[in-house]
Design a protein around this ligand. Sequence first.
Ligand SMILES: C[C@@](O)(CCO)CC(=O)[O-]
Length: 315
Amino acid sequence: MDTPASGSSHAKIILIGEHSVVYHQPAIALPLPAVRENVTITLRKDNEQQLISRYYTGARHAGPQQLAGINHLIDELLTRFNAANVGFNLAINSHLPAERGMGSSAATAVAIIRALYRFFEQPLSHEQLLSDANISEKIIHGNPSGIDVATASASNPIWFVTGTQPSAIPFHLHGYLVVADSGIHGQTGLAVQAVAELRKHDLASADHAIKGLGQLTHAAKSALANDRLAELGVIFNRAQVLLRQLGVSHPRLETMINVANQNGALGAKLTGGGMGGCMICLAPDEATATRIRLALANEGVSQSWVQPLKSEETK
Ligand SMILES: C[C@@](O)(CCO)CC(=O)[O-]
């Protein structure tokens, strides 16, 4: 407790299966290790608990409503460690844009939990990490499947089914994944609610799309295992049609998807909750990935990332 402690995490990208995963279909997600979240905790001499972040700096309980989930999580851990009155500064250094489908709230929770357990010198199992991180995710997202937390704490691509342990997935794929930020805040909780509303009004067509996404996720698993990048691109395009039917796309994402596909992408779709947030697409080589990013930048996209997909690195 006398020495500062740190914890870190990273962004997540859902390759396929967002939304349908809430209805017990499988999903496939990847950690994006280049886009990181770091938390450092240092002891204070007084008993104040201060938060330092790019969105808010000050007493942690006096912060905006968006901090409710994180505060609840910290309260619960401090009570568990019998440390409710210990003073500390908790600094969050984040490279993840918030509310863009990259799992920023899950990454923050995972980094905070790792830092707090280290600070109070408590052992932390992977199961405990997942269960603790879902404390704040439930407050922020209402009914999360758990995929964001599972990917924020994973170092390899995962196959995820709600209520079961995430498993490693055979990953033999060569190509490039481009992730591009629409700049529009997409609220996962609202998007999940919108799909639930659609199911109330038109159960048959909503469940048809959800089942279709499940089938595409199984097809994607086989394409990933057998280095079939072009096939995975076609699967991305089909998934986007179904996500649009579920009402979770956005005109800006549709424009970006068209730009990517017109500039050599093998397929493109939204990722995460949608209604804003990020788009992902597949490129066969680095030159094409660069061309896509430049074309998106010409369309006003200010942030994009590229992740090489190499089976050696991600297995
Ligand atoms: C939209 C959703 O499927 C993914 C959010 O990253 C919601 C969830 O699984 O909790």
